[in-house]
Design a binder for this molecule. Structure first.
Ligand code: PEP
Ligand code: CO
Length: 449
C-alpha cells in the first residue's frame, strides 16, 4: 500500500481559479511569512473539531441548536480583554436565553480568533479622487486610507496568528475557568447599559438561580455547569493563512485546518470548481458554505457532493442568507429539493448578509426588523418543508454600538453616527443581540409544541 501524502491532493487548489485574494508585494514575502507560520503551534486540536462535528450532527437532527456569532471583521486593535470578554458574554447570554427558553442544548461558536479577512465588492476604493486598494481585513492591510496602510503586508498573516492565539487563550480561560459558571449568570449583565432586553434577561436569570438553588438543595452535582464549550470559526478566505496552519493529525493521519474549529466558504467564493471549495473539501473539520438567493437545488447538490461526499453527520452546515423579502419564496424549494435527495446538512440562517442597505448619509446598515423577518421566514420555510432549522449565524458585538437600525432602543438614521465602529458590516449591539435571542427562543418553543 502506498502512503499518499495528503498535502498533494490539498495543494491542487493552487492550480484552481481563486477569487478575492490580495495583491501581495512579492511571492517571496508571502512564502517567508508562510514558512514562519508553518512553524507555529496549531491554534486548535483536531479532537476538538471532531467534538464540534459530533455536536453539529445533533443540530442537524433538531437535538441541539447552533449559535454562531461575532464581528463581521475582527480587528487587531479590538482584541482587548474588555472587548473579547463582552463579546463572549453576549454570546453566552444569548445561548442561555435559547437554552432556557427552548430547553435545547446550544452549541456556541464565535466568529472570533481569526475572522480577519474580508471579501470586497471592489478591489479598490476611491475617496476625493484618490484610488487605493480596498481594505481586505487586518490579515491583509490596514483600514487607514493611505498608500502605505492599504498595501498588502504578508507580515500581517503572522500578526493575525498571534492575535488569534491570545484571543483564543482568553476565550478558553473565560469559558473553562469559572467565568461561565451558570451560578454566576446574573453577574454577566454587569457593565451593560440598562435596557428592556437586559431587564428581561435579569428576570430570566433570577428564575434560573432559583432552579439551580433548588437542585443544589436536592444534592445535585453541578460540575457540568461550571464550564462550557466555546468553539471558534472564521471564513477560510485567505488560503495563504489557512495552508500553513493545516496539519496532519497524528491520531488519524488526516488533514485538519488548525486555524479554527469550524471554517466556512463565503457566498462570493463558493464556485464548485474553485480553490476555496477544493481546499475545504480536503480537511476534516466541520465546515460551512453560504447560500444566497440565486442558488438553485442543483448548485447546492454539486457543493454537497464535493464538500460532503460521504454525507457524514455534522460535516456540512449550509448557511442561508436570502434576504427578508426573498426567503419565504426561495428557501422552501431548496429545502424540499435537498430533502428529496436525502441530504441532511445543518441548516443555519444568516439573517444579516441578505439585508444590507445604505442610508442617504452613507452608512452601511441593516434594519433589525428585516433581520427578524428573515429569522421568522427561515423557521416558516422549515415548517413548510418538514426540515430542521439548526442554528443562527449573526454579526454582533458586546458593545453598545449604533450600527443596525431599530430594536427596542429605536436606533434611527440620525443615531447611527453616534457610535458606528464597524470597519465592515453593521453588527447587532448587545441589546439587539439579546432581543434577537428572545425571539429565536420563541420560534424554537413553537417548534417543540
Ligand atoms: C460574512 O459572513 O461576513 C460575509 C461576507 O458573508 P457572505 O459570504 O454571506 O456575503
Ligand atoms: Co459581514
Amino acid at each position: 500500500m502506498s502512503l499518499q501524502n495528503p498535502f498533494e491532493k490539498l495543494d491542487e487548489y493552487r492550480q484552481l481559479p481563486i477569487k478575492q485574494q490580495p495583491q501581495w508585494p512579492s511571492a517571496q514575502a508571502v512564502s517567508a511569512a508562510s514558512e514562519e507560520l508553518a512553524k507555529q503551534p496549531p491554534l486548535v486540536f483536531a479532537g476538538e473539531a471532531d467534538q464540534l462535528k459530533q455536536q453539529l450532527a445533533l443540530a442537524a437532527e433538531g437535538k441541539a441548536f447552533l449559535l454562531q456569532g461575532g464581528d463581521c471583521a475582527e480587528t487587531f486593535a479590538a482584541a482587548t480583554a474588555d472587548k473579547i470578554r463582552d463579546r463572549v458574554k453576549t454570546v453566552l447570554q444569548m445561548a442561555l436565553v435559547l437554552t432556557y427558553g427552548a430547553s435545547m442544548p446550544v452549541i456556541k461558536v464565535g466568529r472570533m480568533a481569526g475572522q480577519f479577512a474580508k471579501p470586497r465588492s471592489s478591489d479598490t476604493e476611491t475617496r476625493d479622487g484618490v484610488t487605493l486598494p480596498a481594505y481586505r481585513g487586518d490579515l491583509v492591510n490596514g483600514y487607514d486610507f493611505t498608500e502605505q496602510s492599504r498595501s498588502a503586508d504578508p507580515q500581517r498573516l503572522l500578526q493575525g496568528y498571534h492575535v488569534s492565539a491570545s484571543t483564543l487563550n482568553l476565550i478558553r480561560a473565560f469559558t473553562q475557568g469559572g467565568f461561565a459558571d451558570l451560578r454566576l449568570v446574573h453577574e454577566w449583565n454587569r457593565g451593560f447599559a440598562s435596557n428592556p432586553a437586559n431587564e428581561r434577561y435579569r428576570e430570566m436569570t433570577r428564575e434560573i438561580d432559583r432552579a439551580v438553588r433548588f437542585m443544589e438543595a436536592c444534592g445535585a452535582n453541578f460540575s457540568e455547569l461550571e464550564r462550557t464549550d466555546f468553539f471558534v470559526s472564521h471564513e477560510a478566505l485567505l488560503l495563504d493563512y489557512e495552508r500553513p496552519l493545516t496539519r496532519v493529525d497524528s491520531r488519524t493521519g488526516k488533514l485538519y485546518d488548525t486555524a479554527a474549529h469550524f471554517l466556512w466558504i463565503g457566498e462570493r467564493t463558493r464556485e464548485v470548481d474553485g480553490a476555496h471549495v477544493h481546499y475545504l473539501s480536503q480537511v476534516e473539520n466541520p465546515i460551512g458554505v453560504k447560500l444566497g438567493p440565486i442558488a438553485t437545488v442543483d448548485d447546492a447538490m454539486r457543493l454537497i457532493d464535493k464538500l460532503d461526499p460521504n454525507r457524514e453527520p455534522g460535516r456540512l452546515t449550509i448557511i442561508t442568507r436570502m434576504g427578508a423579502e426573498k426567503i419565504r419564496d426561495v428557501l422552501p424549494e431548496i429545502l424540499t429539493g435537498l430533502k428529496a435527495e436525502g441530504v441532511k446538512p445543518v441548516w443555519v440562517t444568516d439573517p444579516m448578509h441578505g439585508n444590507g442597505i445604505t442610508t442617504s448619509t452613507g452608512y452601511k446598515t441593516r434594519r433589525f426588523d428585516d433581520v427578524m423577518q428573515e429569522v421568522q421566514g427561515f423557521f416558516a420555510a422549515h415548517r413548510e418543508a418538514g426540515t430542521v432549522p439548526g442554528g443562527i449565524h449573526v454579526e454582533l458585538t458586546g458593545d453598545d454600538v449604533t450600527e443596525c437600525l431599530g430594536g427596542s432602543e429605536n436606533i434611527d438614521e440620525a443615531t447611527l453616527a453616534t457610535r458606528y465602529e464597524s470597519l465592515c458590516d453593521p453588527r447587532l449591539n448587545h441589546m439587539q443581540s439579546l432581543e434577537l435571542a428572545f425571539q429565536v427562543a420563541e420560534e424554537l418553543k413553537r417548534l417543540r409544541r
